[in-house]
Design a binder for this molecule. Structure first.
Ligand code: NAP
Length: 497
């Protein structure tokens, strides 16, 4: 039997989070309606569907943490809760009629380019195969939970909860709880658990930078104003965008010139620690030994104060092994616990780049190629030998702290590229090796002046760095530059045929 030579879909998107929803909206703007979105979960929203641990809130102001084209007048506060952000994802999907394209509970395993038919064959768990002309993976950067490889962890007889699989019925009241990890998730969760747990032991391997969260509640009057005069909300966005952008594109990316700004941020965190904790020894143990910004800093008013409660204990000696009823610490002491919370984050480089197996032209395996050469992606989306494929969660794609800025430039790139393909009556596009190499060289050169290259980051254990030690996760340009390049890149960077 010969394989079908016409694709069932014009486009197939993997992932129904904000990336997938944005890509779907862009396809609709391009009048491409014959597409499907596949997601392994049972609802849309991506990370905001999966994560629902207590205390979950965004740590970028929501005026900035939203699509450029879809401001939301209903945010209850500047730093909105996880539930509100999930609601926003649903509202946007409804407004743009995206929901009917989504197939839930569908796990994508692999995609293979069929050179003869000039289409992608996408294999699902269970064996079903779908064909599509364009493949877009929007699988997010932080989507594969990491379970730590700690001796004896499977022997623990009490309750184990990973923060990405929170049990909403769980109550910590009166329980002895241990939490492993002090990343952004733990920083939000610890103050909540500290309120009810009988004992809370926090296992810190690497201290995190924490600055105060300057939050405000939007009154009903303000929300009505935002709805009636969207420009008012845009003005607030301009301020929040500028502050975040300035931090990233000066203090971090142009660190060689603007390192003073970075030091000022570290000083703010230091003052915050000093104002929250009187005990100097405790303060010292919570003090990072790497530069501010080497890994994602966090925002919290309650994190440091939680450690001053009598029921909260910081354990920074390390874990030797886990037993059925507790944790044996590296110093030989044992902490007996009822619940073990794993706030251990995500496996970004091994499990997520790429999140599915992708085999391009001449059998090129994307994951293997990235590892055999270097992690790379032209404009954070395209790789040579992978025609008609956009990988939205790629090396050098993510613009600093705000995912929606990333989405904005990626949507503009889709707009320009797909419009040109259609104008030429072409069937395939593929980035040239020359354009890809040029982009990689430029990213490498820009990173040379960044905090991640010249800062003191060796002990940070930051997921910004790939296993070879290169900081190849973030795109070291401003949002403005990324949007401009996505809107006017030379068509000769792609082979369109
Ligand atoms: P994370 O930042 O990767 O933190 C994981 C924590 O677990 C780290 O403290 C890590 O220690 C620790 N850990 C991992 N394996 C361990 C082991 N074997 N032994 C001891 N400790 C171990 O993950 P996350 O906190 O889930 O946050 C991930 C990202 O999600 C954030 O950076 C942020 O971008 C995003 N996030 C955003 C929000 C928001 O409000 N927008 C909220 C939460 C998360 P080491 O540092 O020593 O590796």
């Amino acid at each position: 039997m010969t394989a079908e030579h016409s694709a069932a879909f014009d486009a197939l998107i993997v992932g129904a989070g904000f990336g997938g929803i944005g890509a779907a909206i862009q396809l609709k703007r391009l009048k491409i309606e014959n597409f499907v979105i596949l997601d392994r979960e049972d609802d849309l929203g991506g990370t905001w569907h999966v994560n629902h641990y207590p205390g979950l809130a965004v740590d970028v102001p929501t005026t900035t943490y939203s699509y450029f084209f879809e401001p939301n007048p209903n945010w209850s506060r500047l730093f909105s809760t996880g539930a509100e952000i999930k609601q926003y994802a649903g509202d946007v999907a409804d407004k743009y009629d995206v929901r009917r394209h989504i197939r839930y509970n569908t796990v994508v395993e692999s995609a293979r380019w069929d050179e003869d038919a000039k289409l992608w064959r996408v294999t699902l768990a269970g064996g079903e195969t779908l064909s599509t002309r364009y493949l877009i993976t929007a699988t997010g950067f932080l989507s594969q939970p990491k379970v730590p490889d700690i001796a004896g962890i499977d022997d623990f007889a009490g309750k184990v909860i990973h923060t990405t699989d929170w049990d909403d019925n769980y109550r910590a009241d009166g329980k002895r709880v241990a939490i492993i990890g002090t990343g952004a998730t733990a920083v939000q969760l610890i103050p909540v658990l500290a309120k009810s747990a009988a004992e809370l032991t926090v296992y810190q391997r690497t201290a995190i930078w924490v600055v105060p969260k300057i939050d405000i509640r939007f009154s009903e009057r303000a929300k009505r104003l935002f709805a009636r005069v969207p420009l008012a909300q845009r003005a607030i966005r301009a301020v929040t965008d500028t502050i975040y952008e300035a931090m990233i594109s000066t203090a971090v990316i142009r660190h060689r010139t603007f390192r003073r700004l970075n030091i000022a941020a570290a000083d703010l965190a230091k003052m915050h620690r000093f104002a929250s904790i009187r005990d100097k020894e405790l303060r010292d143990r919570l003090t990072p030994d790497y530069d501010f910004g080497c890994k994602r800093p966090t925002f919290s008013n309650g994190y440091y104060r939680a450690f001053t409660k009598p029921n909260v204990h910081l354990q920074s000696e390390g874990i030797d092994h886990v037993q059925a009823d507790g944790i044996v610490n590296s110093d030989g002491t044992k902490t007996e616990i009822d619940t073990l919370v794993l706030a251990t984050g995500f496996d970004l480089w091994e499990a997520n780049f790429p999140a599915i197996e992708v085999i391009g032209r001449q059998g090129r395996n994307l994951g293997k190629w990235w590892r055999d050469t270097r992690f790379q992606a032209y404009q954070g989306v395209s790789m040579p030998y992978f025609p008609n494929f956009l990988s939205l969660a790629s090396p050098y794609a993510f613009l600093g702290l705000n995912f929606f800025n990333t989405m904005e430039y990626q949507m503009r790139l889709m707009d320009r590229l797909f419009t040109e393909v259609k104008r030429r009556g072409a069937t395939t596009f593929e980035v040239t090796e020359e354009a890809n190499a040029r982009y990689l060289d430029r990213m490498t050169e820009l990173l040379g002046d960044s905090l991640w290259t010249i800062g003191n980051c060796a002990t940070s254990r930051s997921y910004y760095y790939n296993p070879s030690g290169e900081p190849s996760l973030l795109r070291p340009t401003s949002t403005k530059e990324a949007v401009r390049e996505a809107s006017d890149f030379p068509f000769s960077d792609y082979q369109i045929s």
